[in-house]
Design a protein around this ligand. Structure first.
Ligand code: ADP
Length: 667
């Protein structure tokens, strides 16, 4: 292949990916003065990466096979927009040699290694053979061509159980089985082959010694087309679930300086074996003493930001410069390790329901500011929809600090300040994970999350006095803001505190737990909140994202989001999801049965649904009120006749005002 055709200067870059990595690449490309072209599927028309790019091309239907994995469409998109180069991101076609070759054939620069390097390193078996020759330490194992049962079983016996059966073409932990004894081997191979065939169209297997309770350590490397190859220190990615990384950090807190140099040298040797060009990662497992090569990833990884934060290098910039045909700007001894960085992957998934992906519209998206050592790589915004078609990773929260302990604290703070609503996320799980004493102490292995799952997904603490008060304050705060926003509203005259002493009762519940009641007393004097026998004076001062709540003289910051009847609060005691029990009785039998049809909250009558004189069943709708932009329907408390309606559409009614009268039918 002609080197000047492979790597040369270009001005327009197509990003063959979506989500956070597409956004991440666009950011750097733009900073380097490049024109950017996004591609998207029908499900991603309004996605963030499409909005960020200078141009965007529709590839096809939502299914990845019809869009992000469609090589022809991608090449066509580059042609249409005059793109001269393609960045594949990670996942999708990033390690697909056929795609790299198709780009080359179409005269496009592929930002990554050549198809030949990918083929050599892409297969776990092939790369192990190469590493063996280069003298890189391997996990004891079998990675030969012969795939018959007898050969595989003999190999497993020789290695000694437990062994790991792995798809040679594998990725994402698929096609992998732990086998603890000889009689488990045959069925494990059958099922691993089936999975590998379906996922990768290739069912060749290799067998490795299963390192018990291992750590995952990997080295970032990058090479240019002039023969320079650098290692950029290592990352520890031991916190995994089902062989998928959850938290990554750099440098590894497990290695000392001498071990660091050993593993980095092994990685350079590994990449040097194919004269590697581009960014890549050499992955190792470690038994705590030695490290063993497991595979190479010939692309940028999800966790590359932790390396960027400790080295000060923008890896995407370096990838692009290598693709321009430039030489790497630094020498190995000029690469410095500064401080510690740690990353958490924020997923739309429910850890308490076996990490089931959560899809839907993101109604609230609040991420902390990128200050004080925090970095956010996001692929979504408020109002975006998380579709079921792609990986459910929403964003990465990354923290840097001079020391590991402080980096963990910063990351935790960053996660605590992250409020995403409308879909379920793993944020509370991530907080529990990184603050676990064993994680702080680095007393972990790749099985840690699975073993500690009960602790990591434990239910949030029950709301206490502070949270109940904060819940009422959140509602009052929003009502107050709504009132202020609406000019000429009667709120202007009455304010939110009508004259005279008044009361409002609230009930909240967590999940299906018991209702907790709290009463707000307000009027001429200072307002108070009453829980059982306790009466507490309170004030609120609104601020961005919530308010300061002063309760019996103690001020405390509360973050609050109200989404219909769901209240999300963050207080000094943690995160709380409260359900505001419908004050209109729509969901609680208790309320149906009270005989007065009155406005339980101040609001506007938006619909009258029944006519005077008609017969009503119990629960029949009578009228609809709008309160805090939410519609609530008032229903007949019992069967009877609608005697009178005492309001009309458009009326603004105060709390407690009787709106209709139903005469019971006398059963
Ligand atoms: P994939 O390409 O599917 O991600 P890898 O070979 O990278 O597969 O392995 C993924 C994870 O599986 C590793 O990070 C490690 O946790 C575990 N693993 C892989 N090989 C071994 C081994 N020989 N012993 C123990 N654990 C292993």
């Amino acid at each position: 292949m002609d080197r000047s055709k492979l790597y040369r200067r270009f001005r327009t870059l197509l990003i063959a990916n979506r989500g956070e990595i597409a956004c991440r690449v666009i950011r750097t490309a733009r900073a380097m003065g490049l024109r950017t072209v996004a591609v998207y599927s029908e499900a991603d028309r309004d996605a963030m990466h499409v909005a960020l790019a200078d141009e965007a091309v529709l590839l096809g239907p939502a299914r990845a096979r019809d869009s992000y994995l469609n090589i022809e469409r991608l090449i066509e998109a580059a042609r249409k927009t005059g793109a001269e180069a393609v960045h594949p991101g990670y996942g999708f076609l990033s390690e697909n040699a056929e795609f790299a070759r198709a780009c080359y054939d179409a005269g496009l620069v592929f930002v990554g290694p050549t198809a030949g390097m990918m083929t050599a390193m892409g297969s776990k078996s092939g790369s192990k053979e190469l590493m063996e020759k280069a003298g890189v330490p391997l996990v004891p194992g079998y990675h030969g061509e012969a795939q018959d049962d007898a050969t595989l079983s003999k190999a497993a016996d020789k290695i000694g159980f437990p062994v790991l059966v792995k798809a040679s073409a594998g990725g994402g932990g698929r096609g992998m089985r732990i086998v603890r004894s000889a009689d488990e081997l045959a069925p494990a191979i059958v099922s691993a082959k089936r999975e590998a065939k379906a996922a990768f169209g290739d069912d060749r297997m290799l067998i490795e010694k299963y390192v018990d309770n291992p750590r995952h350590i990997e080295v970032q490397i990058i090479g240019d087309s002039h023969g320079n190859l650098l290692s950029l220190f290592e990352r520890e990615c031991t916190l995994q679930r089902r062989h998928q990384k959850v938290i990554e950090e750099a440098p590894s807190p497990t290695l000392n300086a001498a071990q660091r140099e050993t593993v980095c040298a092994a990685a350079r040797k590994a990449a040097g074996a194919v004269n590697y060009v581009g960014a890549g990662t050499i992955e190792f497992v470690s038994d705590g003493k030695d490290v063993f090569f497991i595979e190479m990833n010939t692309r940028l990884q999800v966790e590359h930001p932790v390396t960027e934060l400790i080295t000060g290098i923008d890896l995407v910039e370096w990838q692009l410069r290598v693709a321009f045909g430039e030489a790497l700007p630094l020498k190995q001894d000029e690469i410095r390790l500064n401080g510690h960085a740690i990353e958490a992957r924020v997923y739309a998934e429910n850890p308490t329901k076996n990490f089931m992906p959560s899809v839907g519209r993101i109604s609230t998206w609040r991420l902390p500011a990128e200050t004080g050592g925090l970095r956010i790589d996001a692929g979504y915004r408020e109002g975006d929809t998380v579709s079921p078609y792609y990986d459910a990773m929403l964003a990465k929260v990354i923290a840097w600090a001079p020391t590991r302990d402080v980096a963990i604290e910063r990351l935790n703070r960053g996660l605590e300040e992250t409020d995403v609503r409308g879909i379920v996320t793993n944020i509370p799980f991530l907080s529990a994970l990184i603050t676990h004493p064993k994680v702080r102490a680095n007393a972990i292995d790749t099985g840690f999350i699975e073993r500690e799952l009960a602790v990591l997904t434990a239910a949030a603490p029950a709301p206490g006095e502070l949270e109940l008060c904060a819940a009422v304050a959140a509602i009052v705060n929003v009502e107050r803001q709504t009132a202020q926003a609406e000019a000429n509203s009667p709120w202007q005259t009455f304010g939110w505190q009508p004259v005279g002493r008044r009361q409002r009762s609230f009930a909240f519940r967590v999940g299906h737990g018991p209702e907790q009641k709290i009463t707000l007393n307000y009027g001429s004097g200072p307002s108070t909140l009453v829980i059982g026998e306790r009466e507490l004076a309170f004030t609120i001062a609104a601020k961005d994202g919530g308010f300061d709540l002063t309760l019996d003289g103690v001020k405390s910051s509360v973050a609050a989001v109200i989404d219909g009847h769901e209240l999300y609060l963050r207080t000094r005691n943690g995160r709380f999801d409260l359900h505001w029990v419908d004050p209109f009785g729509g969901e609680s039998e208790e309320h149906v049965g009270e005989d007065k049809i009155a406005a339980p909250l101040p609001g506007t009558v938006v619909a009258v649904l029944a006519e005077e004189g008609t017969k009503l069943e119990k629960g029949a709708p009578i009228l609809t009120l709008e309160v805090m932009k939410m519609e609530q329907t008032l229903r007949a408390p019992y069967a009877g006749v609608l005697k009178s309606i005492k309001c009309k559409v458009g009326d603004i009614v105060q709390e407690g005002v009787e709106l209709a009268l139903v005469e019971p039918s006398g059963e």
